[in-house]
Design a protein around this ligand. Sequence first.
Ligand code: C2O
Ligand code: CU
Ligand code: CU
Length: 499
Amino acid sequence: MILRKKLFFVSLTAIMMLIVLTSTLSAIPAFAQDASSFISEKNALKIPPLMKDENPQTSAMDITLRAGKGKTTFFGAKNATQTLGYNGPYLGPAIKVNRGQTLHARVINELDENTTLHWHGMKVEGQMDGGPHYTFAPGETWEVSFPVDQPAATLWFHPHPHGRTGKQVYMGLAGILIVEDDISRNLDLPKDYGKNDIPLVIQDKRFSRNGELVYLTHMMDTMHGMMGDVPIVNGTYNPYLEVEREMIRFRLVNGSNARVFDLFFEDNRTFWQIASDGGLLSRPVQTRSLTLAPGERAEILVDFSSSQYGDRAILRSPEFEILACLVNNNEGAEQGSIPRDLTQIEPVDTSKAVRNRTFVLSGMGPMVSINKRQFDLDRIDELVKLNDTEIWEIRNEMFQGGPMGGNMMRRMGRMGGRGMPMARAMAHPFHIHGVQFRVIERDGSAPPVSERGWKDTVLVYPYETVRVLVQFQKKGKFVYHCHILEHDDMGMMGSFVVE
Ligand code: C2O
Ligand code: CU
Ligand code: CU
């Protein structure tokens, strides 16, 4: 694998040099030639199909998801590997629902172990949320029906059986869930799914020499979570995407088990973040890079409207090339405009909070805990009153006994892949089920503009304290946890009941 990658980089460099030469030494456009050799090294990005409403005569969105086993060839026919997926061998279809619509889903367990289906980011009652308390056995069907009542957003779904979440997600059980509303529909944003509105489920995997997906084989995997050495996007290895000359919207989902991705374009171009986990930001945030922790989502706009035929833009992280965009010869339908305003987001009003709770994240590997406790399915850690607004303070203390070089660790952690990967590896993405919250502050300072919208997962760096404002509008039993799935499986999770 490594060798192939190296060879590829070598040939890529050769191709690039060729382009420079041909474009400077001759007037003959050589793009078509280069584009095809560029593409032949790569695989067309797979786009998860949009689910069809099984009962279009009713206003509800009726769907059936089958969690089952399959075989996937990431690298070529010889290297098929056992995977899991919804309605297919790997990952799942995309679900698109409108605000106000009822989502009616039948989820069939065709695995040979218990599973659940969790709607990550959905404001839904505990019983419908599909957390670890709601497992169903092989052969069983879990049927849920709930109204979707929250702003347009890019959400996702994945299994959540305690102790098995990491493995099931890693093997391929995850999918994207798009909520639309009047605001998102009326904005001048790219909306043509699969064409200029592109979902990107970003993951990292590790494969054995014969192309089999491997899980938890290194000692470090249980310490910091399962990180791979091969990036996979929508289940595609080494993907390219052909884009037209227009504005492109990407819906990014960090669907990896443990890796925090610092995303940027190789040419360092600017792009605009328009949404965070729970929906649109109040206005686009212009940036050159974006950090996405496991579980987090973002929507971005990338302007290809003034690109030339044959131009490439490589989305990458310090460690990986994630996606190569290749501009084709078509004029896109969308003009290259960025809306000035997106949506109304009320200011964070902490005076509404009736209660403070503190969550201390600590430990490493099998010792990870929240408030010194590990998850217990039968214990309720927090009781919350329905519709109460609270301040949740999340502290990443790493080890008991106080910070040793805490400030340095925190700074390095924020720098991520460009700083000290070790410090980054001890950041915990804290996620709360059944809600969307607002970040009040990070270590006493206002959060960056990209975190001033709705969030359901927030990365807490080593020795950092993050305070969030959250209203509990749905009743039932839920969990909060670290979204590094191996930490979650090892007990860095607690449960709360809203009533
Ligand atoms: Cu992405 Cu507890 O979930
Ligand atoms: Cu969730
Ligand atoms: Cu963690």
